[in-house]
Design a binder for this molecule. Structure first.
Ligand code: NOJ
Ligand code: CA
Length: 669
């Protein structure tokens, strides 16, 4: 063969190679984020993510392992790659932002292996991050037992991270700031900042009928997906055709960009409910904090909290203070045996809680009642009663439900495994049938399903206020960590607003009991009073609680903020902040704006431009600030309220004490 022919043959080979490895990369609409897929010589898929042409995540494995030997993670070749784009805006009945833009480029890579397993890897790249998911179709089998997920997140370089350790049972853990390389295990949202200054957060979107994904260090800056197993070690049981939740990485040049992103919601499906006019954000108080302080009890005894008399007092207070709803815990039989395998009866009120009279009274005063189903973890007991118990509530005009799972599930089943995920979803769907809205405590983590199921309004899923009542409490950094971690997943029912910070009025109460060994009797809230107020804005929840007992609000000038506060916001913006250090957020509700800023142990001053206000309008700014001598440790209750008229042209100096904060309501004049 002549040299010329050899060259032609070589070029042809090159050309053929190029044909057999089609283009497998996709960029964000603005071009600054790129995802690439490659398949190695074993047919295992790998992905890369780069930001501004610099690799963020490199050579990261994809796939699953199946217990009966079906190959879900290798032997693949690419059959076809298709591209798509979307740019739409959509609205929701409530949320941090009622209107959201969903703007992405998509790449779907169809792969097939020798077992004829068809796998579509779907990548969506937005200007604020990426999402990818697995869509499997496995012929000749009925079911699959997934024993491992192979997905890794291999960072090109080390960085700082903020997360809680992985746990199959609880998210009520303290956040750690540590190098990515030193993380052993983590739950998501796992927030990070690389040495290049890129902020990001790994999480998942649209988690249904699967177990949750946590992360485990496998070295070389690599975190591997770990799925919470069933008691027999199988991670997930699926039919031969399944789609995973989206594995997501939010990406932003600044930490607040993560908060301002709606990527998690964009990766969820549109609302499936026919009507949503029965779903509305509101403020509430509750017969609640007294129990955590040990001043009142859930069970019926001489200190019982949920009595008809107390209920009416709370309803009166709500009606007088522009608060729409009241929660009652400890209203039903079953609390006597707290701590064992609970057997609550969800339709049997205690004898001193006259539900008919309370409902009648609440109606007369225009107040909603928030019901409570504490399961103690006994899911079979709850599932037996759930439908009927929700019907019973709605028959009593109760349309808002707080659920609770404080206790282990039976038979070694986990809160965060596939069984748990399916249970929590069953509650959401059953509640929707009864037109009930939900606030879940000890929930499965939020993955944005509120877009599809907007009756799933808020949840706990992190250390909330309750921890201050009976433990060393939540440190000042906790509240400025949550917006950059837990709250990226969705709203949180933290229950802010305890005004009796040192429990002065309850500590020496003869009624107060220590109720566990963790309770050293010296518990307190670890913030200033102004920061408690700011948290009503910062810690977004469409059902927002004022947590304290009402006697601590009676006549308190600073409670005016909660009276004025509108939880039904239209738009939100995080203005400034760093994880665990500080944050400043503003929310617009109708014509008014509510601002909240908070700091960790360090005092801090921020210059806040009011250019978020509507130009040309005047606003009365009511400022709830730390007092001159305020300090979360030594002088937490020192606060001051001032008023001034402002416009969008002004800048305010926001001074915050150590462990302090500031809240401002801007009322349009
Ligand atoms: C834990 C929940 O977080 C809390 O709000 C509730 O009061 C108790 N469980 C009792 O249900
Ligand atoms: Ca809890």
């Amino acid at each position: 063969m002549k040299v010329k022919h050899l060259v032609v043959a070589f070029l042809c080979m090159l050309g053929c190679c190029a044909c057999s490895s089609p283009k497998t990369e996709v960029k964000s609409p603005d071009g600054h984020i790129k995802m690439t897929l490659t398949v190695d010589e074993n047919g295992t898929p790998f992905y890369n993510v780069s930001v501004n042409d610099s690799l963020l995540i490199e050579n990261s494995k994809m796939g699953f392992v199946e217990g009966n030997g079906v190959i879900l993670g290798g032997g693949f070749r690419i059959e076809k790659t298709t591209f798509d784009s979307k740019d739409e805006t959509w609205t929701q009945p409530w949320g941090e932002n009622k209107t959201n833009r969903n703007h992405y480029n998509e790449m779907a890579v169809n792969l097939i292996n020798e077992d004829q397993v068809q796998l579509t890897l779907r990548f969506r790249v937005f200007n604020d991050g990426v999402g990818f998911r697995y869509e499997y179709n496995v012929p000749n089998v009925d079911s699959l037992m997934i024993t491992d997920e192979l997905t890794t997140f291999h960072f090109r370089q080390d960085g700082t991270s903020w997360s809680i350790p992985a746990s199959a049972e609880t998210y009520e853990l303290l956040y750690k700031q540590q190098p990515i390389s030193e993380v052993e295990t983590a739950n998501t949202p796992f927030t990070f900042k690389t040495a290049d200054g890129v902020y990001g957060s790994i999480h998942e979107a649209a988690l249904y009928d699967f177990s949750e994904m946590t992360l485990k260090q496998i070295g070389d800056y690599t975190l591997k997906a770990e799925l919470t197993p069933w008691p027999d070690g199988i991670k997930v049981r699926k039919s031969n055709h399944f789609t995973t939740s989206w594995r997501t990485i939010q990406i932003a040049p600044e930490a607040v960009g993560l908060i301002n992103s709606s990527l998690i919601l964009n990766l969820n499906d549109p609302c499936v409910l026919e009507t949503t006019d029965w779903i509305r954000p509101l403020k509430y108080i509750g017969v609640w904090w007294g129990m955590h302080l040990g001043v009142e009890t859930w069970k019926m005894d001489e200190r019982h909290g949920a009595t008809t008399v107390n209920a009416k007092k709370y309803i009166d207070f709500a009606a007088a203070n522009n608060i729409e709803a009241v929660l009652f815990e400890g209203w039903n039989e079953g609390w006597e045996s707290w701590g064992g395998m609970q057997n609550f009866d969800f339709t049997k009120p205690y004898a001193d809680f006259d539900i008919d009279e309370i409902v009648r009274y609440a109606k007369e005063k225009g107040i909603e009642i928030i019901g409570h189903h504490e399961t103690g973890g006994n899911i079979p007991n709850y599932e037996r009663q759930m439908d009927h118990a929700m019907q019973w509530y709605t028959d009593h005009s109760i349309h808002i439900l707080k659920t609770g799972y404080a206790g282990a599930f039976p038979n070694g089943l986990s809160h965060h495994g596939q069984y748990g995920v399916n249970h929590y979803q069953k509650v959401v769907e059953t509640a929707a049938e009864h037109r009930m809205t939900l606030d879940a405590h000890e929930p499965i983590k939020d993955t944005g399903i509120r877009r599809t199921w907007p009756n799933m309004m808020t949840r706990e899923g992190a250390r909330g206020m309750e921890w201050n009542a009976w433990s060393e409490g939540n440190p000042p950094s906790h509240h400025v960590m949550l917006p950059f971690t837990r709250l990226l997943s969705g709203p949180m029912d933290y229950t802010p607003g305890t005004f009796d910070i040192l429990f002065q009025q309850t500590k020496d109460s003869p009624r107060r009991r220590k109720w566990n060994d963790q309770d050293k009797g010296n518990s307190r809230v670890n913030t200033t009073l102004a920061k408690q107020i700011a948290n009503w804005v910062i810690l977004y929840s469409p059902l927002q609680m004022a947590s304290d007992m009402i006697e601590h609000y009676e006549g308190h000038p600073a409670f005016r903020f909660f009276r004025d506060f509108d939880p039904d916001c239209d738009e939100s913006k995080a203005l400034a902040g760093e994880p665990g250090e500080f944050v400043a957020v503003v929310r617009k509700a109708k014509n008014n704006y509510f601002f909240g800023a908070a700091t960790n142990e360090a005092p801090r001053t921020l210059e806040i431009k009011l250019d978020f206000l509507k130009p040309g309008k005047q606003y009365k700014a009511v400022i709830y600030a730390d007092g001159e001598k305020a300090d979360w440790k030594t002088n937490p209750a020192d606060y001051q309220i001032t008023e001034q008229t402002v416009t969008a042209e002004n800048t305010l100096t926001v001074r915050m004490a150590a462990g302090g904060g500031q809240a401002i309501s801007f009322i349009q004049l």
